[in-house]
Design a protein around this ligand. Structure first.
Ligand code: GUN
Ligand code: ZN
Length: 456
């Protein structure tokens, strides 16, 4: 870790200079700054070359991208003319958080009582998703959902819509209006679901294709071909998904796998010729770079090898896996196979929009399996590792010069308990750990998109 001597996380003995401009595309943020340059490994203190912590740093953003990063004392001399200096002393800047699996239409059914996956879908999820045939409803929920993400410090997410094309139109319009980097797709679901949510292999293909042609690569948006999960897509529909991926190699594939034991058993009955649940997706050509699989709990060595070799990524969704009683994601088995991984809130199976809270639950899940999740590794999953899982690390994930300036400012006094506990922490890694264990949206002082504050 590059550490700047002689300063601490609470720099307050400085003078600041504010250049007031009527309109500027350049901002210099003065704060403590922390980001990762590579996978920090699994020690409590990461390898020095994999993390950079600047206790009194300056992040200079021009035209929405990182222009410079360094010690304030060095950088002030290089400020471009007209650049506005913003003093965030006492706050900790980190890259924007990345949620690798979430359902925007499930916002209004978060915290639904008493069911496990299959009955939870029947009882709560399908009736809730039915309402997204109405584009007005869809847009209202999309707006609320995105505001929840931003106030929680999430700046990029991989998002399920519903089976309705209108749900994805509404989502992309809401994301475009905020200039967010978002990935989303229409659910494909042609069997084992209510009639009111069923498409067909052909209609699902045509509507997905229309959405891709309109939205893929528009601004900061990308499309994900989104078969809900193997039980609700016929082999014909999975073949149509393959056709879409072949026709549009730049799009994503987003689905669920091996979440719940009854689900796994059901897939065995529906696809008796396949070696495993994972093999259903492999057989239909759905595993490749930019494929993301949520949950991945009930897998074996061969499945994990296949995930790693195909460049597929996994989304670790601890609050959901605990809340709907699915099981424990084996982070170290995943890691030992070299699988790309991010964290997902999986709202509404998950119980929080906060990726800080999600990291806290991830830590507890690794503890249940006799391991630990160090704070630097958790930060990696939430930022650069999540970006690598989504093959977006050329655009986002840290403060490398030229990347898009999506970041958040964490406050150290989000609650009285945090203020008290953080004062007792000796190192930045202890502080980060406590922020993850105890923090939530109250710890977010600001969320910045393309260098401009948009929330809190
Ligand atoms: N498997 C299929 N659909 C869903 C869903 O909406 N949420 C979760 N957690 N798992 C699923
Ligand atoms: Zn999900």
């Amino acid at each position: 870790m590059k550490q700047v001597p002689g300063t601490d996380l609470y720099p307050n003995n400085h003078t600041t200079r504010t250049v007031v401009m009527t309109e500027t595309n350049c901002f210099a943020y003065r704060a403590s700054i922390l980001h990762l340059l590579d996978d920090p490994g699994i020690g409590f203190v990461p390898e020095p070359e994999h993390a950079e912590f600047i206790p009194d740093g300056l992040l200079v953003v021009q035209d929405g991208k990182v222009l410079r990063l360094g010690k304030t004392v060095d950088e002030l001399a290089h400020l471009p003319t007209g650049c506005e200096l913003v003093d965030l002393s006492g706050q900790l800047l980190i890259p924007g958080l990345i949620d690798t699996h979430i359902h925007y239409p499930q916002t209004d059914m978060i915290a639904a009582y008493g069911e496990q996956l299959l009955s939870w879908l029947e009882t709560y999820t399908f009736p809730t998703e039915r309402c997204f045939a109405d584009p007005v409803h869809a847009r209202e929920v999309a707006d609320f959902f995105l505001e929840q993400l931003l106030r929680n410090g999430t700046t990029t997410a991989l998002v399920f819509g519903t089976v309705h094309k209108a749900s994805v139109e509404a989502f992309f319009e809401a994301a475009e209006a905020r200039q967010l980097r978002m990935i989303a797709g229409k659910v494909l679901m042609d069997r084992n679901c209510p009639d009111y949510l069923r498409d067909t292999p052909e209609s699902g293909y045509v509507e997905s294709r229309e959405l891709i042609e309109k939205w893929q690569g528009r601004g900061r948006l990308s499309y994900a071909v989104t078969p809900r999960f193997a039980p609700t897509s016929s082999p014909e529909q999975l073949e149509k998904a393959r056709e879409l991926l072949n026709a549009f190699p730049e799009v994503y594939l987003h689905t669920h796998v091996a979440e719940n034991l009854r689900e796994v058993e059901w897939v065995r009955e529906l696809f008796p010729d396949r070696r495993s649940y994972l093999d259903v997706y492999y057989h239909h050509g759905l595993l490749r770079p930019r494929s993301v699989l949520a949950h991945c709990i009930h897998l074996d060595h061969q499945d994990r090898t296949c995930i790693a070799e195909t460049g597929t990524a996994t989304a670790f969704c601890p609050t959901s896996n605990l809340f709907i009683g699915s099981g424990l994601f084996d982070f170290y088995a995943n890691r030992d196979h070299g699988i790309r991984t991010g964290l997902g809130t999986d709202v509404g199976g998950g119980t929080s929009f906060s990726l800080l809270q999600t990291a806290s639950e991830a830590y507890k899940v690794t503890q249940m399996l006799g391991n630990k999740l160090p704070p630097a590794q958790a930060l990696y999953l939430l930022t650069l590792g999540g970006a690598r899982a989504l093959y977006l690390d050329r655009q986002i994930g840290n403060f490398a010069v030229g990347k898009e300036a999506d970041f958040i400012a964490l406050r150290l006094d989000g609650t009285p308990l945090l203020a008290r506990r953080l004062q007792l922490c000796a190192s930045i890694w202890e502080k980060l750990f406590v922020l993850m264990m105890l923090g939530d949206e109250r710890s977010i002082a600001g969320t910045y998109i393309l260098g401009r504050k948009v929330a809190v």
